[in-house]
Design a protein around this ligand. Structure first.
Ligand code: KIV
Length: 285
């Protein structure tokens, strides 16, 4: 399957085909997702929690993101990859934002970068990165990098006024040149209104069924990350339990001397070589 471009995503919207979007952080997962037919992969800064064991996304660095994005690209050469710009990699200035967005394209083979927020300075960053020729995805609603100001991981746009503010932010992001917008943690009615007013693809995570596509964090939907689970997650598997069972069985079998079985899991040597080795070992030094 050929890698999709922003033109393919626009065409999918016109044909009312849903865009399927998942996060990935490593080679093996990306390989399975490409095989499964996902349209788009986000190398999210949720990497911080899912793969690096932090409590938040704040400590994630550009070097972390580049390393993992490279691995995902190797696993999924034919999938459109979005590199998530980590905290403080774009907030300082347009120049900083362009340089770091450029690293995702040059060093990691990403197709697009994603920035959180819809305030005036973020709108400027989106314009600047777009003018540098890089495809941008906006991200509004429950934006984890604004967690301090939002008072935690809380749904957004729940009053009419807050909803209008998100709808306006989406319009400004589109006008700034973004090729798509991710909307997170908002009521279905707000996801629907943003989608109906947009001329670019709107992807949703916890934003209801009306958006042009859906995103989930892969570790949530396969039951690997159990520190907390958001209301909008559907679990398609319980891989965490399966892996823990496999590790537990291994621990038990090694302790009990049941693994390895020499007839099955080890390399063979010719009988004459075994005999010669035995003779060599029996020679006293
Ligand atoms: O980092 C990430 O995976 C994200 C999602 C939470 C939308 O930005």
């Amino acid at each position: 399957m050929a890698k999709k471009t922003i033109l393919d995503f626009q065409a999918m919207v016109e044909k009312e085909e849903k865009i399927v979007y998942l996060t990935a952080y490593d080679y093996l997962t990306a390989k399975m997702q490409e095989k499964a037919g996902v349209d788009m992969i986000l190398v999210g800064d949720s990497l911080g929690m899912v793969s690096l064991g932090y409590d938040t996304t704040f400590p994630v660095t550009m070097d972390d993101m580049i390393r993992h994005c490279q691995a995902v690209r190797r696993g999924a050469p034919n999938v459109f990859i979005v590199g998530d710009m980590p905290y403080m990699s774009y907030q300082v200035s347009d120049e900083q934002a362009i340089a770091n967005a450029g690293r995702f394209i040059k060093e990691a083979g990403a197709d697009c970068v994603k920035l959180e927020g819809g305030g005036p300075s973020i709108i400027n960053r989106i314009k600047a990165i777009t003018e540098a020729g890089i495809v941008v995805m906006g991200h509004i609603g429950l934006t984890p990098q604004f967690m301090g100001q939002l008072g935690g991981y809380k749904a957004q746009g729940k009053t009419a006024q807050a909803a209008m503010s998100l709808i306006q932010q989406a319009k400004l992001i589109e006008e700034a040149g973004a090729a798509s917008i991710l909307v997170e943690g908002i009521p279905t009615a707000v996801g629907k209104a943003i989608t109906e007013k947009a001329n670019i693809p709107i992807l949703g995570i916890g934003a209801g069924s009306y958006t042009h596509g859906q995103l989930l964090i892969y570790a949530d939907m396969v039951g690997l990350y159990d520190n907390f689970t958001s209301k909008f997650v559907k679990k398609y598997a319980n891989i965490g339990e399966k892996l823990t069972d496999a590790f537990r069985n291994y621990v038990q079998e090694v302790r009990e001397g049941k693994f390895p079985v020499d007839a099955e899991h080890t390399y063979k040597m010719k009988n004459e070589d075994v005999a010669e080795l035995t003779k060599m070992l029996s020679v006293k030094e």
